[in-house]
Design a protein around this ligand. Sequence first.
Ligand SMILES: [Zn+2]
Length: 468
Amino acid sequence: MNPDESATSRRQLLQMGAAIATTSVMAGAQSPGREAAAAGLAPLSLDPNRRTLLKGGTIISMDPSVGDFVQGDILIQGKKIASVGANVKLSGPAPRVIDASNTILIPGFIDCHRHSWEGVLRRIIPNGDIAKYMATTHQGFAPYYRPHDMYVGNLITALGCIDAGITCIIDNSHNSRSSAHSDAAVQALFDSGIRAVHASGAPQTGNWDHQWPQDLERIQKRFFSSDDQLVTLRMFSGLDRVNWALARKLGLRITTEFQGAPSAMQLEQFWNEKLLGPDVTYNHCGGLTDLAWQRIRESGGTVDVCPRSDPQYALGEGIPAFQKAIDHGMRPGLSVDNEVSYGTDTFTCTSCSTSSLRHKSQSERRRQSTQAGERARGPRMRHSERRGLRRPHRQVRDVDARQRGRHRHDPHRRHQSVSVQQRHRHGGCGRRYQEHRLGDHQRRDPQIGRKNDRRELAQASAADRRIT
Ligand SMILES: [Zn+2]
């Protein structure tokens, strides 16, 4: 796609979104679909036969069976990719052609975990911790949200995602205060054109209709009669036997927020009751026990980690559980979680993942290098032992001074003259002095230091191979 064209169309979409918000606030209306139509953003109704050809772009398919192309075409029919190749042969009606030269065509990002209703609270707490997050979102704005606010929040999040190259999200919607709130949230996802999973969940605080979770059946009937549509449905719930039973009765997958030792203990109970399954996705996953990771993997569950929210809000260990998932044989998804403290850009998300992995591998490398070094040269001297080695140094200098007819006072040593004489008589201090001087010399020699560094790096490489 031509970048200029695409930028213009995205800008227009965002302007339309802003227009919807403005119009709706002024009118005070509560019907999101009518507001959208009035503002010019009618719900998308894709013609299943409409064809679009992206021509002459560099294609990185991320699919070995398709391959990559320095220059190639992508044919889209309706809402699906019909063909990818160096020069796609066309038959039938002529498609709309978009010049994609000088662009890279890659699959869109998938954000496995987003609380879309918070979209209007973007960057409201840039330096927030988890307490501030809760106070601002669930305890602050959420109880005052109208259905219209759910619509605007979801629409802004979805359009922002498309603008950032995210073409699919799981919308963890934990502010379903009434049926109208849920309907508005779902409608916004349909209207935006994004591919999304609406994971319907209960509000966390304040008064609400308590229509959830039973309302899921109504939502399913109203919006999700087919699985072959851009927006689909699942449940967003903690580890709750009743909720999970309902989700499974309705044939819905489940997403749960999940981290820390208490969650791990609860997971073990669910494991014993055979309640875990491949239909569960676990968000965050920081601070879990190895046994919990094992249970998730063996039950076929999926996980996603949050490269920005986990450190931002110090969740779990404060380090994204990316490496932990890989160590336990799982490939985690990446998720932005929310935008109240940082941006939506997924390239930054992947960059944060890389940084945290480097940090973790470097820490492990240093730890293993230190252990290997200690095994080779014995344990490090304690501080008191090092002090013990310095004293003979001073004593020898004092002995020399006395031999020259002068007497120095060492403030660190009481009964100095007796001690020095005794040590000198037995030759003890001289030997220790020599040992100390030799050690000191080796430590200061840059060549030897470099050799030691190289040896430590070689020792660390074994650990590195395991980690990265
Ligand atoms: Zn979350």
